[in-house]
Each structure stands twice: as structure tokens, then as C-alpha cells.
Write a protein that binds this ligand. Structure first.
Ligand code: SAH
Ligand code: SF4
Length: 378
């Protein structure tokens, strides 16, 4: 596989940065037909072609023009790890030497790719190792879609044929996707596009800690599934665990969830709840959670806490998790417990660290909660 490092000063157009519509517009501006844009988009994303000369459906003259003006620029793989349970993790180096992580989790009936949306995260949730790295920058559209593009190719190489298909994508890697909304929306469109990755809207999930105003834009501009990192059923505790709750408290978050899917939709909101020993795992808290969730159609996924060096929490006991689950199930909430995968390669939820370079000074960047809406432009 050839690796081109993304070079910011490179004047060539990066073809991975364009969704189908944008590619057609670009080609129209060159005097070509939109049909050429469709063919090119399909070749790049559906067929995974990395060399213009291989796109034989395009005329020789047009391929020459493309070679002059464009390039494929994707992050380079600096490490590829495969767990004994089949989970794969890639550490990808970006042009500015920051690194992000992407994880593939195979299951009996599906294969889920967990992708990153930012280098680090500014939101500083205490139980999350990405949060402990601080924030460096948002990923571009090309850097987001490249994770799928690279993973698809690597899985084809390791498991030829139909053995390891990416059927689901979750934005549950590094970063808060709703603080990098434009590239996240554009990349979900490429994932859903039938000439791109052709994924079902039920199988592309954006997970958020609760950036309420961005949820409305996500709903208006793309069709995806929604996961909310809840972790507490009252503001007092959530203010401590998920600091962004101080800006967007539970009442506004739950209202935004109720608005997200039409009442007759097959879609339901998925709530994630990390199980922290002695913090949020009592039966009284399970009852409070069942009351909160009874106000909308939803599913609940309990995530056993995954430790990382320096973490100040421990995971709830298996008995506590089971009792918590049973109570919620009895109250009519569809509740599952997430299996921890890839623990021999530190690929589980909340363990991704990449290599988040510090931008200025020595302290990691953590944006104060009241300035959170400004992050997108940084
Ligand atoms: N920023 C987004 C998406 C990335 S985090 C969000 O917070 O939703 C993906 C999921 O992993 C979230 O539900 C997050 O709360 C959870 N998570 C973070 N740290 C964890 C840890 N150490 N153990 C288990 N889950 C964790
Ligand atoms: Fe950021 Fe999500 Fe980690 Fe919180 S849990 S620090 S929002 S990545």
C-alpha cells in the first residue's frame, strides 16, 4: 500500500476531501459533466482505487488532467495491531504529526468501525483517556473518511473476500463529533451514499456527550443514528462526570433527544452509561435513570469502565452491573451490557490516546465549558 503524507502546503486538490456533490461541482467548474464526478466518486470510495490510471472508465485525457490537479492524500499507518479476538486497531499519523486511532470490531453478524473526529478532546470527562490528552485540532473531512477508506482496504488485504465487512460506523473514537460538525456531516453523507460506502442510516451512529444546539443541525443535515453519553441521571452527578452538562443540562438534552427522531420513526436514541464503581451504579440511581428514560423511545447500553493509566475510577462489579441491568429491564427499558473487545491492544471505549501534540505552551488544551461553542472554528 502506498502512503502519501497529507501535506498542508500541497496545492493539489485532495480527492478524499470531496463528497459526491462537491466533486460534481468541482468537475463542472472544470467544464466536465457531473457524470464524471459520479464515476470518480464511485471509483474512489466504492472500489477503493488509489491510482487515477486504474480508473479506466474515464478517458485518458481526463485522467491526465486529474493527475495534474489532484492527489490522494491520506494519513499514514504507523501501527496496525490485531487482537486475538479479531479486533484491529490502527494508529494513523496526520501531516502535522498528530496521531489518531481507529478500531474495527468484528462480530458474528456485523463489523463495526469506531472512528475519531478530533485530535484529542477538550471536554475533559474524567473517566476518558482521550479527554485526559487535551485537544489539539479538528479532523478534516478527508481525515475522517480516510479512516473508513484505509480500514476497508486493510481488512481486504488481511481477510480477502467477504470475511470482514464494515457494516457499521460509530463516531466513538477520539473526540467530540458535534464540535466538528461540518466535516462530520459531510463524511456521514459519503458513508450513506450508494455510490460511496452504501451504509444504512441505522448503522452510522454519531455519539455525543450532549452538545445540544449541534444536535438540531445534525438532524437537519444528515440522516444518522444518535447515541448520547449520559452516565448520570441527575444534573448534580452529571455536572461532575460530563462537564458539558453545566452548559447543557439534562432537561435541554432530553428535549433535544425527543426532537431528534419523528415519533413514528424506527429510529430510537441509544444512551450510553459507563459503569463506575460507587459513583453511578446503585439501584437508587438505576431507578432514577429508568424514570428519566421512560419519557422517550430509547435503548440503553451499559459500558463497563475501561481503565487507563492514571484513571481515578474503577469499574462496577459484574454483580452490580447485572442488578443495574435487571432493574432497568424490569422497568421496560431495553438494556444491554457492552462486551469489552480488544483489551489486549487497548482498543476499548475510552482507551484511545493517539498522540495529541500540544499546541501552545505545555498545558493540554481544555476549553472552559462556557466557551465550548467556539471550538469549531479553532
Ligand atoms: N465524545 C463522544 C464520542 C467519543 S467517546 C462521546 O463522549 O460520546 C465514546 C464513548 O466511550 C462515550 O460513551 C464515552 O463516554 C465512553 N467512554 C469514555 N471513556 C470511557 C472509559 N474509560 N470506559 C468506558 N467507556 C468510556
Ligand atoms: Fe471527549 Fe467523549 Fe472522552 Fe468526554 S467521553 S472527553 S466528550 S471523547
Amino acid at each position: 500500500m502506498r502512503d502519501y503524507l497529507l501535506n498542508m502546503s500541497n496545492p493539489l486538490i485532495n480527492l478524499l476531501d470531496y463528497d459526491r456533490e462537491a466533486l460534481c461541482q468541482l468537475l463542472i467548474s472544470w467544464g466536465e459533466t457531473p457524470y464524471r464526478g459520479k464515476q470518480l466518486f464511485q471509483a474512489i470510495h466504492q472500489q477503493g482505487i488509489t491510482d487515477i490510471s486504474e480508473i479506466t472508465t474515464l478517458s485518458k485525457a481526463f485522467r491526465e488532467k486529474l493527475r495534474e490537479k489532484t492527489a490522494f492524500q491520506w494519513p499514514s499507518i504507523i501501527k496496525e495491531q490485531r487482537s486475538k479476538d479479531g479486533t484491529c486497531k490502527w494508529i494513523l499519523s496526520l501531516a502535522d504529526s498528530n496521531c489518531i486511532e481507529t478500531v474495527f470490531i468484528p462480530e458474528a453478524t456485523r463489523g463495526t468501525l469506531c472512528i475519531s473526529s478530533q485530535v484529542g478532546c477538550a471536554l475533559n470527562c474524567q473517566f476518558c483517556s482521550t479527554g485526559q490528552q487535551g485537544f489539539n485540532r479538528n479532523l478534516t473531512r478527508a481525515e475522517i473518511i480516510s479512516q473508513l477508506w484505509i480500514a476497508k482496504q486493510r481488512l481486504q488485504i488481511h481477510y480477502p473476500g467477504q470475511q470482514r465487512i464494515i457494516s457499521n460506523v460509530v463516531f466513538m473514537g477520539m473526540g467530540e463529533p458535534l464540535l466538528n460538525l461540518n466535516p462530520v456531516i459531510a463524511s456521514t453523507r459519503m458513508m450513506l451514499d450508494d455510490l460511496g460506502y452504501g451504509l444504512s442510516k441505522y448503522r452510522v451512529t454519531v455519539s455525543t456527550s450532549g452538545i445540544v444546539p449541534a444536535m438540531q443541525r445534525l438532524k437537519d443535515e444528515t440522516e444518522v443514528s444518535l447515541a448520547i453519553s449520559l452516565h448520570a441521571a441527575n444534573d448534580e452527578l452529571r455536572n461532575k462526570l460530563v462537564l458539558i452538562n453545566r452548559k447543557y443540562p439534562l432537561s435541554s438534552l432530553m428535549q433535544a433527544c425527543r426532537n431528534f427522531f419523528p415519533p413514528d420513526s424506527r429510529h430510537v436514541v441509544m444512551f450510553e452509561y459507563v459503569m463506575l464503581h460507587g459513583i453511578n451504579d446503585s439501584l437508587a440511581q438505576a431507578k432514577q435513570l429508568s424514570r428519566l428514560l421512560s419519557t422517550l423511545p430509547c435503548k440503553l447500553n451499559l459500558i463497563p469502565f475501561n481503565p487507563f493509566p492514571g484513571a481515578s475510577y474503577t469499574c462496577s462489579t459484574p454483580q452490580a452491573i447485572e442488578q443495574f441491568k435487571q432493574l432497568l429491564t424490569q422497568k421496560g427499558i431495553h438494556t444491554t451490557v457492552r462486551k469489552t473487545r480488544g483489551d489486549d491492544i487497548d482498543a476499548a471505549c475510552g482507551q484511545l490516546v493517539g498522540n495529541v501534540l500540544q499546541r501552545k505552551g505545555t498545558a493540554p488544551i481544555r476549553i472552559p465549558v462556557d466557551q465550548i461553542t467556539n471550538i469549531e472554528s479553532t
